[in-house]
Design a protein. Structure first.
Length: 385
């Protein structure tokens, strides 16, 4: 490690507790100092080492020289009419990713990205259409949560009164839940995703319970098993089709990991999952996957998998060639699944006036004209909010 250049300084946002403790040991500092630093960074959202008042002066100087706390830079920050807030974040080389905060009465959910672009290329997803640029680092993933907490004005003081059990109270925070449903396929960026998850769950990190953190995947079967063994959080599967022929078409990854394998992986996952069900996400595409017959096949497919369904009305984007199912079709689909005893909800589309809804997230910012147009649309949304 080169200790002098600013860019070579180690980014603490992406270090889990064992790595921070090891770093301290390497630097001849007592390992528990790593824990203290972790709390300053992830519980008080501090980036200035000088402000970390209970660390020895010498250690603060070492940190300033060799480390940094640097979340991705904010390119734009938009608030939708419904309070949904979206940040476009610069991850270098013309790439941008998005993080979206969705406030609700009893919770605040942050949707984070794990890759710039995505290689899976689902037919209905604008991220997929942009192709794959690169994996985010653990620091860039955690950085989205760190930044959201700072920008939302989460009370850093929440950390002060909780020395007993180390876990902050939910109502002291604004982000209470995190979903890995932004840009990218989290399980195709496994190392960074699992490190980020450990930091989110750590009592000296964000202290989130496993039930409040959800990883959504298009079905990378071997990595579902790894997640189960390493850091089992709530699992959502992007199903979208009830048979292999249709799913091969909609979610190309299905050709590699077909439905029977995926259902078996879900059953294995449930042995260790923090919830006793898997959530199946199902995008409702007019005339493609929304017939009553598809619902009937779905009921059959998931017979042995305790699950809930979350139907997502398709969010259109330019040139997709697809349409959202009409409300009466969605109602009929819900009815069929519910009649079979499957709890089924329809996702409320949030923030669509600022393109913050599922599948509408931006990718490459090399196309400045397009970005400028989006920013302009966002400004209009703010004015309306
Ligand atoms: N890559 C992961 C997580 C990110 S996508 C996955 O596919 O699960 C998050 C969710 O949004 C997925 O269920 C995805 O299928 C859905 N989605 C993608 N594009 C969409 C669109 N245009 N309209 C509605 N939902 C979409
Ligand atoms: Fe990738 Fe998920 Fe979009 Fe499919 S839906 S292209 S897996 S981000």
């Amino acid at each position: 490690m080169n200790d002098t250049g600013a860019t070579d300084r180690i980014d603490l946002l992406g270090l889990d507790r064992p790595s921070l403790v090891a770093l301290c040991r390497d630097w001849g500092v007592k390992p528990f100092r790593g824990q203290q630093v972790m709390r300053w960074v992830h519980r008080r959202f501090e980036s200035d080492f000088e402000a970390m008042s209970d660390l020895a002066r010498g250690f603060r100087a070492t940190l300033a020289e060799r480390a940094r706390v640097a979340a991705p830079a904010v390119i734009s920050d938009h608030v939708a009419a419904d309070g949904t807030r979206k940040w476009l974040l610069d991850v270098g080389q013309g790439n941008a990713v998005e993080a979206v905060f969705i406030p609700e009465v009893s919770r605040g959910t942050l949707c984070v990205s794990t890759q710039a672009g995505c290689a899976v290329n689902c037919l209905f997803c604008s991220t997929g259409k942009q192709g794959f640029a690169r994996n985010l680092t653990a620091g860039e993933i955690v950085g989205q949560l760190w930044l959201a907490n700072r920008l939302l004005g989460a009370r850093a003081g929440a950390v002060d009164g909780d020395a007993e059990d180390g876990a902050p109270d939910d109502h002291d925070r604004i982000v209470t839940n995190v979903v890995f449903m932004g840009m990218g396929e989290p399980l195709l960026n496994y190392e960074a995703t699992s490190t980020a998850l450990r930091i989110l769950l750590d009592d000296h990190g964000y202290g989130l319970s496993r039930r409040r953190v959800t990883v959504s995947t298009s079905g990378v079967v071997p990595m579902i098993d790894r997640l189960r063994d390493d850091v089992p959080v709530a699992l959502a599967i992007s199903l979208h089709a009830p048979n292999d022929a249709l799913r091969d078409h909609l979610v190309p990854l299905n050709r590699k990991h077909p439905l029977a394998e995926l259902m078996a992986a879900c059953r294995r996952y449930l042995d260790r999952a923090p919830r006793d069900f898997v959530t199946f996400e199902y995008v409702m595409l007019d005339g493609v996957n929304d017939a009553d017959e598809h619902a009937r096949q779905l009921v059959e497919l998931v017979r042995d998998v305790p699950c809930k369904f979350n139907l997502i009305p398709f969010n259109p984007f330019p040139d997709s060639g697809l349409r959202r199912s009409p409300p009466e079709r969605i109602r009929s689909f819900v009815q069929r699944l519910s009649d079979a005893g499957i709890v089924t909800t329809v996702r409320k589309t949030r923030g669509d006036d600022i393109d913050a809804a599922c599948g509408q997230l931006a990718g490459d910012v090399v196309d400045r004209t397009r970005l400028a147009r989006r920013v302009e649309r966002g400004r209009i949304a703010i004015a309306r909010a």
